[in-house]
Write a protein that binds this ligand. Structure first.
Ligand code: NCD
Length: 305
């Protein structure tokens, strides 16, 4: 793999290979401490981020590579002076051997790849995809269920602009016997192109009219934040989308609660101590999965051993 800009770039076998590497990294972190010594990786972020940027930067340093970083490129880098994304990429690739990019436009990673001579990783592109979040989400599903085949996942919240949900369901479609339930409010439903994608891949997609329609024995609930920054109606009512101790009580003791985070109000804090709430552990899986991805791409592209 040279780049990782969409979940459509990866096959089932490549994904499983990556997860096996992530497992090894998780149990033997020290073994990988110097593998990228002498390389430099850049993180170029045009949108806010805590988990994605810091876990990438931690992963880069845990692999022994040097790091250069712009955390608010829209305001602090030359974009502010009118420089195009393409020109910024042309410059940074002279300074770094890989670029991790977060940008507010859906096609930003494709644009970057068109001019780049170094590998590009998409760390979130507008309301489109967030493929590395998808990696850690599926890795967490695999960890808690023991396998991904045969899983049922209810995705809810902002299915229109929630790029993490888009990437997660695309990766799920690489596995067998998957059922996806979708629950959202009017205006935030899953776009037709993702429904078509699931249909093509023979994934069952069942739209729920209310939270109560989600079966109480579903394996995972994947809650997401309403992406207010991408909405015209900033005051959209989301009461129906809130999960709390009361309405979560009917779910099985094997129904795990996932969220890419940040959470606003859509998961009540009274659920944080519930052992089925695994969103903080999910976020920590960003390290082994991102380390595995960076290392694999550097291995393929530069022949790093
Ligand atoms: C998500 C994102 O940026 O898309 N956050 C993340 O990377 N974990 C989700 C969100 O912002 O709601």
């Amino acid at each position: 793999m040279k780049n990782f800009i969409s979940t459509e770039n990866i096959t089932h076998d490549e994904l499983e290979k990556l997860f096996r590497l992530a497992d090894d990294i998780k149990s033997n972190k020290k073994k990988y401490a110097d593998v990228l010594k002498g390389y430099v990786i850049a993180t170029l972020f045009y949108e806010p981020s805590t988990r994605t940027r810091l876990s990438f930067e931690s992963s880069i340093q845990r692999l022994g590579a040097g790091l250069i970083s712009t955390e608010n490129a829209k305001e602090n880098a030359s974009a502010k002076k009118g420089e195009s994304l393409e020109d910024t990429i042309r410059i940074i690739q002279g300074y770094a051997d890989m670029i991790v990019l977060r940008h507010f436009e859906n096609d930003s990673s494709e644009r970057a790849v068109r001019v780049a001579t170094v590998p590009i990783i998409n760390a979130g592109a507008g309301g489109g995809e967030h493929p590395t979040q998808g990696l850690l989400d599926i890795y967490t599903i695999r960890e808690y269920k023991g396998k991904v085949d045969g899983t049922s996942v209810a995705i809810m919240g902002d299915l229109k602009y929630g790029r993490t949900a888009h990437s997660m369901i695309k990766l799920l479609s690489l596995y067998k016997d998957i059922t996806v339930y979708g629950f959202s409010v009017k205006g935030l439903e899953l776009p037709q192109k993702y429904k078509d994608f699931l249909k093509e891949r023979e994934v069952k997609y069942i739209e729920c009219k209310s939270f109560n329609d989600i079966p109480s024995d579903v394996d995972f609930i994947y809650q997401t934040r309403v992406q207010t920054e991408r909405l015209e109606d900033k005051n959209m009512k989301i009461e129906e989308l809130i999960i709390n101790k009361d309405n979560f009580a009917r779910f099985s003791k094997h129904t795990y609660l996932l969220h890419p985070l940040p959470r606003v109000d859509e998961i009540s804090t009274d659920l944080d101590d519930d052992e089925r709430s695994i969103y903080f552990k999910q976020a920590h899986n960003g390290i082994p999965t991102r380390m595995a991805l960076i290392y694999s791409i550097m291995e393929d592209f530069y022949g790093v051993k």
